[in-house]
Ligand binder design. Structure first.
Ligand SMILES: [Zn+2]
Length: 61
């Protein structure tokens, strides 16, 4: 249970819950971020902050 729900202002590596694709995205994306493989929404902006809906595997420094 290491899922991070709070938005982070760094790049994060996330795993798509649908197809398990791993990709890098900005933790506070200002627009909808979709999975590059299946198109599932991985993060959506909510009042300026991104709500990450995928599992964050790693926060990149
Ligand atoms: Zn996917």
């Amino acid at each position: 249970m290491d899922e991070i729900k709070e938005p982070v202002s760094k790049f994060v590596k996330v795993r798509c819950p649908k197809c398990k694709n791993e990709q890098i995205m900005f933790g506070k994306a200002s627009s909808v971020v979709g999975c590059l493989v299946c198109g599932k929404v991985l993060a959506e902006p909510t009042g300026g902050k991104a709500k990450v809906k995928a599992r964050i595997l790693e926060v990149l420094e």
